[in-house]
Design a protein. Structure first.
Length: 332
């Protein structure tokens, strides 16, 4: 592998890298901007009002965010998708008169395919699935970071809480949610050439589908786990114990990983240029149940969902995961 990027690089590749860097720097830039404004005493009244609004009044994270369509359709997100590149594969039509729960697999390091697919229009989701309005759900803690929270909501991101999910699903036809099912635990199993899913114990989204009558749409991203080199910690190591402690306290954690830099390819936090193929499967239609679903109903629907995820893997593994080290595994 060449260590440094060539000096004579096509402009479009520089622009693609800049688009990904912009996404990465959003949380840092937002925080730095907020702390800088805090040093200007004339702005303190406005900052106090903003913080009171965030902490006490603003319920947008629980109400589907504040998606700004013109921003999500900017060309920067097309460049973002072309960096890898990412490709959206559509298996079936989605009826805009229904509501859907998109289950995204795998988590990977940062779920970049989920953001590009559901948080932007870089893959032309709005044209491929007209009338479907997805909201990408993430942890509530992300909406406690000043300014960054507003950036996330501009992409239609919202809290992954039960109240938030049900609000979106009951906001009218076509309103849907996208959940990275495996969560933080699955990110610890992320390794290039593999697809280990945390799915057996995940029944929350299954119950949501039954209670709200929302159809399930399994979505599998081939290549999401290949974007970074991952240094796995053994289950009995202190590193793994620290990762689990962080997950319990904060709701998220990350494995030790390495990508590439801006001007060199060996070390850094930017993802490597690896193709990602995002297969949006056929919907599993769900009949709404009154009251609380039984254990049998939950397990039956979960089995249908898992079977469809495995079916997607079998259909596309030889095309999009030809260099895999092992087959898809559901590890927990």
């Amino acid at each position: 592998m060449t260590f440094f990027a060539p000096l004579r690089m096509p402009v479009k590749r520089r622009v693609q890298t800049a688009a990904v860097l912009f996404w990465f720097s959003a949380v840092v830039f937002s925080s730095l901007l907020f702390f800088y404004l805090c040093t200007i005493k004339y702005l303190w009244p406005l900052i106090i009002i903003y913080l009171l609004w965030v902490l006490m009044l603003d319920r947008a994270p629980e109400r589907g965010g504040r998606r700004i369509e013109w921003w999500c359709k900017r060309r920067i997100w097309i460049h973002f998708a072309q960096y890898f590149p990412m490709t959206l594969i559509k298996e079936g039509e989605l009826d805009p008169s229904k509501n859907y729960i998109f289950g995204y697999h795998p988590h990977g390091i940062l779920s970049m395919g989920a953001f590009c697919t559901f948080g932007t229009d870089g893959l032309n989701f709005s044209k491929r699935f007209p009338g479907i309005h997805p909201r990408l759900l993430t942890l509530q803690v992300n909406f406690q970071i000043p300014f960054y929270r507003d950036y996330l909501m501009a992409h239609g991101c919202a809290s992954v809480s039960k109240a938030s999910c049900e609000h979106v699903l009951n906001s009218g036809p076509g309103n849907s949610i996208a959940i990275v099912i495996g969560g933080a635990q699955e990110s610890l199993a992320c390794k290039p050439g593999t697809l280990d899913l945390t799915l057996k114990k995940r029944l929350g989204f299954i119950k949501l589908a039954l209670v709200n009558g929302a159809s399930l749409v399994p979505t599998v991203a081939f290549g999401e786990n290949d974007l970074y080199e991952v240094f796995s910690a053994k289950d009995d190591s202190k590193t793994y114990q620290v990762q689990q402690l962080v997950k319990r306290l904060c709701g998220f954690t990350l494995p030790m990983f390495n990508g590439r830099g801006i001007f060199q390819y060996a070390v850094g936090i930017l993802p490597r240029r690896k193709p990602v193929y995002i297969v949006v499967g056929k919907p599993i239609h769900v009949q709404k149940v009154e009251g609380s679903p039984s254990t049998e109903q939950l397990q039956e629907l979960q089995k249908k969902y898992i079977d469809e995820v495995l079916s997607i893997w079998d259909r596309y593994k030889d095309r999009y995961a030809a260099g895999r080290k092992q087959e898809l595994r559901i590890i927990s």
